[in-house]
Write a protein that binds this ligand. Sequence first.
Ligand code: KG4
Ligand code: ZN
Length: 334
Amino acid sequence: MNINILAIESSCDETSASIISNGKILNNIVATQSIHEKYGGVVPELASRAHQQHLIPVVHEALQSSGITKSDLSAVAFTRGPGLMGALMVGVSFAKAFAYALKIPLIEVNHMQAHILAHFIDEPVPEFPFLCLTVSGGHTQLVLVKDFLNMEVIGETLDDAVGEAFDKTAKLLGLPYPGGPYLDRLAQKGNPKAFSFPITEMPELNFSFSGIKTAVLYFLRDNLKKDNHFVENNLEDIAASVQQSLIKMLMLKLEKAAAHHHINTIAIAGGVSANSGLRKELEAATERLGWEVFVPKLEYCTDNAAMIAMAAHYKFIKGEFTDLEVTPIAKMKI
Ligand code: KG4
Ligand code: ZN
């Protein structure tokens, strides 16, 4: 019997659909919502409306380009959480109606678990147990991955996500949204030792990224009082210095976790894994600590339905299905 699954992702600002057939991803269709750019952040109500507009075309394209018809489908999968409630509701309602109409099983997927299972889309794949650092605009988590569906969160941010810290700092510097990639580009040309920003160390393996945005705010205010052109004249050095502090906070806990759990296999997921500073530090750690580091293709790092499909495949094999009364959970835990 073939296992063909249609997967839907709608937790934040990407509407995505993917088809997986017998564990192989056939496609990954993503409609990005550019409407949020002019507001400098994701506007939940606009995200829900855009999901409603994009979802059916995206599913249609996924089915058409895969050559799999509706009657070939074995199940339909969706992101149950975590995410924006209204955005999740669009995907959940669609998946329920689709499963009901086709009389096929429904599979709920935890978005954070799916980010980690994105590592199993393409070779080479990490061996269990491994540590995964998931870093994006909405999440910063350290997870001990024991098996496909057996994961334990061993550390997480207690306030802002690291991507949020990148974006908020970039906004203070007048960069477009989302500012992470812009800040990264500037940082590559700057001196990371030019200025110093605080490294916040939380207990155990947890993170805190809200302090840095306030530190940058006061730093800019004080320096702008002395020099009107301070930001323009020092943009690259400021970007490099902030980036270095953020990456240092991530690396401190990642190294601590690896040492504590005696694990050398490290995986990175989420949009911030594109960051050049983080990649450089990971490369250095490969040499220094003997780590083996896994980073999926960028397409599978940012929010996408292929990772939801991958997670759904493992759940299908285990017979983990959901009933039609299911509702989204905005703060769903792994
Ligand atoms: O995973 P993602 O696409 O969406 C979610 O937030 O779930 O991650 C987006 C985040 C944004 O905060 C963006 O600024 C950040 O990833 N990002 C980066 C880079 N590329 C994307 N941050 C730093 N450096 C980058 N090169
Ligand atoms: Zn995500």
